[in-house]
Design a protein around this ligand. Structure first.
Ligand SMILES: Cc1cc2nc3c(=O)[nH]c(=O)nc-3n(C[C@H](O)[C@H](O)[C@H](O)COP(=O)(O)O)c2cc1C
Length: 402
């Protein structure tokens, strides 16, 4: 750095670059836990697996970490601001009041960190008043479903997505082009109704959550974008209700799964949704269990056992998941979400837009309002689609569209 650069100006300008926040932990030569907050954690190499952080040469904790030769990077969540403050102070009481455990490799791990990465020190490079400590990764996991803590211009914050789209997995590329057109409209729906707006579609035999806008529903501190659910009744009715072919495939998947425990004909749901032009989902214990199982896969990945458990829960949802009548004054409805189809120029349903995170007392009148907003949004997305859109249809329209 040129001597002519004012340190304060340097800090000010560099403060415009936001970073994540990690606590680097290890044990000193008495076995006591030590740690320091860093914003300089970075992924370096996949093969071999290397990461790095940049401690100041004055850092006491850094000296202890280098002496130990091993360390653990704890990626802090948005809820761990106080842990970040504790690890950014000097002294020996940084772990006071924090929940942590000693891992099998004798490194302190913070219990509710977003992810942990255990390393051995691979190299230490000199870099002005800091070192570049390169660590070889020995084990790692993404532990808790949570948005990360961020640091920007001297203050803490959290990632607050306007809208998020799923990563470009090969089977999603065409759908994601479509989602790019839908996102501004989704952001408007989310902001106007103070809800989360979701875009999802059928990919193979699954429903994939392609994008979300607005504050995540259910107090979540993480995004569900990319989640996949089996597309079997009663889920995703609006994605099949305008196509006989898609309806048949949807019902056949339910029969094949043998987990469907209700006696009703799923076609009733299809007729109901097509007749009113929108779909509604109500809360149940099964839906809550299903949600937490699916959320778990967001973090841990989908195991064959997890897939089976999820299919089973979907089959248990029951036809009341999509109630026929929202106007019965003797019933209290616990409405979870409302969805409408988005049609392309050929009248194929290419995805559905959903509002989620409705207030607990939302009633039929509110549903009417959401439906109006969603239909308007769906129409605007339809008009924005190029007439030659090559997105694989979620369903082929062989019935009259409402
Ligand atoms: C958000 C944030 C990021 C920080 N990043 C770094 C960093 O990358 N490198 C560093 O040396 N210090 C960093 N610090 C400061 C250290 O955490 C702090 O100086 C150190 O932990 C002091 O304790 P020690 O002497 O026991 O190491 C950061 C502090 C905060 C609040």
């Amino acid at each position: 750095m040129s001597e002519s650069i004012d340190p304060q100006h340097f800090r000010h300008v560099l403060g415009h670059f936001p970073t994540g926040v990690a606590a680097v932990t290890s044990c000193d030569d008495t076995g006591a836990p030590v740690g320091m907050t860093v914003g300089s954690f970075v992924s370096v190499s996949l093969s071999p697996p290397l990461v790095a952080f940049l401690p100041g040469k004055q850092s006491r904790t850094s000296a202890q970490i280098l002496q130990n030769g091993r360390f653990c990077i704890n990626v802090l969540g948005a809820h761990q601001e106080s842990a970040s403050r504790a690890f950014a102070t000097g002294g020996d009481r940084k772990f006071d009041g924090l929940d942590w455990t000693l891992s099998s490799s004798d490194l302190p791990r913070l219990d509710s960190a977003v992810a942990w990465i255990e390393c051995t020190v691979d190299a230490v490079h000199d870099a002005g008043d800091h070192d570049i400590v390169v660590g070889r990764v020995t084990s790692l996991d993404a532990a808790a479903p949570s948005l990360p803590l961020l640091f920007f211009q001297g203050g803490y914050g959290r990632f607050s997505p306007l809208s998020l789209a799923a990563a470009g997995e090969p089977d999603l590329i065409e759908h994601l082009k479509l989602v790019d057109l839908a996102r501004p409209v989704m952001e408007e729906v989310a902001a106007a109704n103070d809800v989360e707006c979701l875009a999802s579609s059928t990919v193979g035999d699954e429903i994939v959550l392609l994008a979300t806008a607005g504050t995540p529903a259910g107090g979540r501190t993480y995004s569900r974008v990319g989640q996949r659910l089996p597309h079997i009744p009663p889920l995703g009715t609006a994605l099949v209700a305008w196509s006989e072919k898609a309806t048949k495939a949807w019902m056949a998947r339910a029969q094949a799964s043998s987990s469907l425990c209700w006696e009703h004909d799923p076609r009733q749901l299809v007729d109901r949704v097509r007749a009113r032009g929108w779909s509604v989902a109500t809360w149940s214990d099964t839906l809550r269990k299903l949600e937490s199982s699916v959320d778990e896969t967001t973090v841990r990945g989908l195991t064959p056992h997890g897939r089976q458990a999820i299919r089973h829960l979907v089959g248990q949802l029951g036809s009341e998941h999509e109630p026929d009548d929202l106007h019965d004054p003797s019933r209290r409805y616990s409405i979870r979400s409302v969805s409408v189809p988005v049609f392309d120029a050929r009248n194929h349903v290419v995805m559905q837009l959903t509002v989620d995170g409705l207030p607990p007392d939302a009633g039929p009148a509110d549903v009417g309002r959401y439906v109006t907003h969603l239909k308007n949004a769906a129409q605007r997305v339809s008009h924005a689609l190029p007439s030659t859109e090559q997105v694989p249809p979620a369903a082929t329209v062989e019935r009259n569209r409402r």
